[in-house]
Design a protein around this ligand. Structure first.
Ligand code: DLL
Length: 430
């Protein structure tokens, strides 16, 4: 077997590499980005105060708001002429968040994506179908250059035109699919409509990310196909896809490429750094980025740090349970869409196509789960499934919800990240 792209480090050696890279990254941020100089000064720290990795806790956090305030290029640590590429995420309101990459950053990203695809079971010579969106979103181009770097044949389909996706999968016979899990379900439905058995396709590996998906969703995808489904994580502010990747050999959470990103998990309310194993908000510090170093970036993603299995000493992060922004507070109970998804997929008559609708008809919040039934399910069974879902959510999550079981295809399909929450409460407040 050829040598792995995942470098090997002893635990001490990795920490030494992290510390020296962190020092130079913080120095570059402090010296070249006015925002960081002001934030470090306000916190009373300079990069020289970083003597051990634990000292990072003394440094200030960086948030999406900081990036927005420095729109468009204020967070860059290099002259604009050295920035080779820009990506941006639109966000729901206001200015987009802009990120930049030097030539070396793009090279690192391609290498980390090649590493991720390899960890997912990919190898040179594979055909890779990329259904992540191309453009300002980092998914498409990130996957693309990584697959090319690994020596794969890339099919840059991007998202949308689902019939054509099916045709290209059938005709080109890719081994690997890369896209959001929710969009892959739409492709599976299209296959079903065309009478194509997904088990008869060439696909063996699915590298799914850009949105939360549950273990139950993995079971759903793997049972309908011959695919091994693995998770990929990343965010544009920190690089894009390829910050962490689940190994196909273990399928037990995502190894963080710690030679390039230093993870912490903090209590989202007290900001205190939590010990490994405890759930909180993931905070990432870039160690090698030139164009836009990030110091303690608050991802808003909730997870836990776990010891490495397939690639120690790199630690793993557990599957993201949700974003703190996606937490629905319903009559005092905190609920994440992933908790709802888990219960939906435990009921045979229901599909993973669902939407959580929040309303406030009187003084109290109401949560309605709109979920499609499976094609072969009759009305009586569908109604029973709805009642079962209501009672299971009541018992496991602790909140009373209304389930509305819909016909197949009643809900809009997304081509990228699925929309799981429709908050209509503000409509009445205005
Ligand atoms: O979604 C980058 C990406 C592209 C990752 C393709 C994986 C595959 P953004 O658009 O900046 O970047 O959105 C980042 O998406 O903070 C998470 O909330 C969510 N997210 C990304 N991957 C996962 C995942 C890309 N595997 C935001 N599980 C992140 C759960 C994920 N959430």
């Amino acid at each position: 077997m050829s040598e792995s792209r995942v470098p090997t480090f002893g635990p001490e050696e990795l920490r030494a590499v992290q510390l020296s890279r962190m020092r130079s990254s913080l120095r570059s941020a402090y010296e070249s980005v006015p925002h960081y100089r002001a934030a470090f000064d306000a916190a009373g720290v300079t990069p020289d105060d970083l003597r051990s990795l634990d000292d990072l806790a003394r440094f200030p956090f960086t948030t999406k708001a900081d990036l927005r305030e420095n729109y468009p290029f204020g967070m860059f640590a290099v002259p604009r002429e050295r920035v080779n590429r820009i990506h941006a995420s639109s966000g729901t309101t206001g200015r987009p968040t802009v990120v930049g990459y030097t030539k070396a950053d793009l090279d690192t990203w391609a290498e980390l994506m090649a590493r991720s695809i390899e960890a997912a079971g990919g190898r040179a010579g594979d055909i890779v179908h990329v259904a992540y969106g191309y453009g300002l979103f980092t998914g498409g181009l990130g996957a693309h250059y990584g697959a090319e770097r690994l020596g794969c044949t890339v099919v840059p389909v991007s998202g949308g035109m689902t019939e054509r996706q099916v045709q290209l999968i059938t005709d080109f016979r890719p081994r690997i699919f890369m896209g959001t899990p929710s969009y892959f379900l739409a492709i599976l439905d299209e296959m079903a409509a065309e009478g194509i058995d997904p088990r008869s396709t060439s696909l063996e590996i699915g590298i799914f990310g850009a949105e939360p998906w549950t273990e139950q969703m993995r079971v759903e995808v793997e049972s309908r196909t011959n695919i091994r489904a693995v998770d990929i994580y990343g965010l544009s502010e920190v690089m894009g896809p390829g910050v962490s990747q689940e190994a196909s050999t273990t399928q037990d959470g995502l190894h963080i490429w710690e030679d390039h990103f230093y993870p912490e998990v903090v209590d989202p309310f007290t900001d205190e750094v939590l010990p490994d194993g405890e759930e909180g908000e993931l905070v990432l510090t870039s160690l090698t980025k030139e164009a836009m170093p990030v110091c303690r970036y608050r991802t808003r993603d909730l997870t836990r740090l776990l010891p490495g299995t397939a690639y120690p000493p790199f630690r793993r992060m557990a599957k993201v349970t949700g974003r703190s922004d996606d937490m629905m507070s319903v009559r005092g109970v905190n609920v994440f869409p992933s908790q709802i998804e888990e219960q939906i997929l435990r009921i045979d008559a229901l599909t993973p196509h669902y939407l959580c609708v929040l309303t406030r008809p009187g003084r109290m919040d109401e949560l309605t789960i709109r979920v499609e039934r499976r094609v072969d399910v009759d009305h009586v069974t569908a109604a029973e499934a709805g009642r079962l879902l209501e009672s299971r959510i009541k018992h496991t999550v602790g909140v009373t919800v209304k389930a509305e079981v819909l016909h197949p295809h009643d809900l809009e399909r997304s081509m990228g990240k699925a929309k799981r929450i429709d908050d209509q409460r503000h409509l009445r407040d205005q």
